[in-house]
Design a protein around this ligand. Structure first.
Ligand code: ADP
Length: 326
């Protein structure tokens, strides 16, 4: 028998489309199973500063289609300290919260892992990040929506790139992961992607120029993952200006528009399944696991695995991009 009677739910770190669908799913599944739900505002900050209210089914009505997060999100420096986490624990006790569901990325789950160890609190994580950089799940909540946003933007940039015979470097998010850049490039028909995973292996710009820029086309789009490892789009534009001054180069940094917008069907379904599964996990007395979906099946991934392991990029994707961009 599960001992948990009341759960707290929070969204933390970078926001991602589909977080609201996850909040809705966790809240409704918990109420369905007879649990009380407390909404915690602004991530761990809401625990430290006591910004909490009880959530009924109506609190999550009409939000499945909304980007952002109705619970708000924040980065909370206090939670990085033992004193801050003790205050957070005391707030939990005050509200009678005996388990937490955390929707967030790598950092948020790291915080959950430390908190769970220190205070023996059951914590369940949901992978909420556009970067898709959490190990143990095929995709993360928000990734598919961000990918589609990138496609919309690149399709438009293609029009002007073609008209002017220009070389565009389009910078996308992803922190130190190249999933958005690589799959964004494949799906938009871009000529190349420059991703952090291969930054130490080859000179990706050199490869791109060598492998056929201008062999069959007068314009090109290269998607660059924002990362200190790649140097970002500006870095490559500067290099081209110096090393290949014959090319007409432009840069577009997509920035925060990639975080917004109504979640795609994929992200809504993912968030709904993972949210419901998180409550199943709590009822089964699971703790300190991230919920994931692998090969269309729900999986429980221990925090230690989800956080510590780098999620590998498939070489096959790189080959597909190269072969199809001739
Ligand atoms: P994301 O979850 O999107 O990766 P961050 O890395 O900014 O975002 O982390 C979000 C929040 O998680 C931080 O502001 C902090 O409150 C908490 N957090 C991150 N790392 C730790 C840590 N090592 N110890 C305690 N809390 C952490």
């Amino acid at each position: 028998m599960a001992t948990v009677k009341c759960i707290g739910i929070l969204t933390s770190g970078g926001d991602a489309p589909g977080m609201n669908a996850a909040v809705r799913a966790v809240t409704r599944a918990a109420i369905y199973k007879g649990l009380t739900v407390k909404g915690i505002y602004r991530g761990y900050r809401g625990l430290v500063y006591d910004e909490i209210e009880e959530f009924k089914s109506q609190n999550v009505s009409n939000i499945i289609q909304l980007g952002g997060t109705i619970l708000k999100t924040a980065r909370c420096a206090e939670f990085m300290t033992p004193e801050g986490r003790k205050t957070a624990y005391d707030t939990m006790q005050k509200h009678g919260i005996d388990a937490l569901v955390i929707i967030g990325g790598d950092g948020s789950l790291t915080g959950a892992r430390i908190f769970a160890q220190e205070f023996d609190v059951p914590c369940i994580g949901l992978p909420g990040t556009i970067d898709n950089d959490l190990y143990g799940t095929d995709t993360t909540i928000g990734y598919d929506t961000a990918l589609n946003t990138i496609l919309d933007a690149v399709d438009k940039i293609r029009d002007t790139a073609t008209s002017h015979d220009r070389l565009f470097f389009v910078e996308v998010m992803g922190r130190d992961a190249g999933f958005l850049a690589l799959n964004g490039a494949i799906a938009s028909g871009a000529e190349a992607a420059i991703i952090p995973e291969f930054s130490t292996e080859v000179d990706q710009l050199e490869e791109f120029i060598k492998n056929g820029f201008r062999k069959s086309k007068n314009s090109s789009i290269v998607i660059v993952a924002e990362s200190e490892l790649t140097g970002g789009a500006m870095h490559y534009a500067e290099r081209v200006k110096k090393e290949y001054p014959q090319y007409d180069v432009r840069v577009t940094i997509l920035g925060h528009l990639q975080r917004g917008g109504s979640p795609t069907a994929h992200d809504r379904i993912l968030a709904s399944r993972l949210g419901a599964a998180a409550i199943d996990a709590i009822m089964e007395d699971q703790r300190n696991v991230m919920m994931g979906i692998v090969h269309d099946e729900i999986v429980y991934v221990p925090f230690s695995k989800a956080i510590k392991n780098d999620k590998p990029i498939k070489r096959e994707l790189v080959n597909v991009l190269r072969e199809l961009s001739i």
